[in-house]
Design a protein around this ligand. Sequence first.
Ligand SMILES: O=C(CO)COP(=O)(O)O
Length: 152
Amino acid sequence: MKLTETLAPTQKRIALVAHDNMKETLASWCQKHKSVLENQCLFATGTTGQRVKVATGLEVIPLLSGPMGGDQQIGAKIAEQSLDILIFFWDPLESMPHDPDVKALLRIAAVWNIAVACNPTSADYLISSPLINTEYAYRVPDYSAYAAGRSE
Ligand SMILES: O=C(CO)COP(=O)(O)O
């Protein structure tokens, strides 16, 4: 979608993130699903977003580069409930200087129950779901009992 358009209720807010060794894989995945992605609202960490834009021509709202706080920006969007889907091709074979940020992002996505895919197969299933084109509102789990237990 054009960045000037208003988001329709069925359109999803999707964050795209990939570590360096996975960027090619993500760019190819975006190309493969361009017809679906071009109707959604896309965010991406800095370098990933550039790569996706060049490879596909998709409009992407750029955030900071991951190691500079981009992962945390996405985490903040999740906590504010302004993101629906996280496509995060993290590298299982390299450790990152910002590993704590990566872990925090994956954790906050689980806390808020948003849809997450960390590899192309899962991302294929996710983007092919009929829920993509429906007014699906993800449910935030009820943590009140947990919170009450913690305060005792
Ligand atoms: O490091 C990242 C995710 O942890 C991604 O950041 P870049 O898209 O800026 O490379």
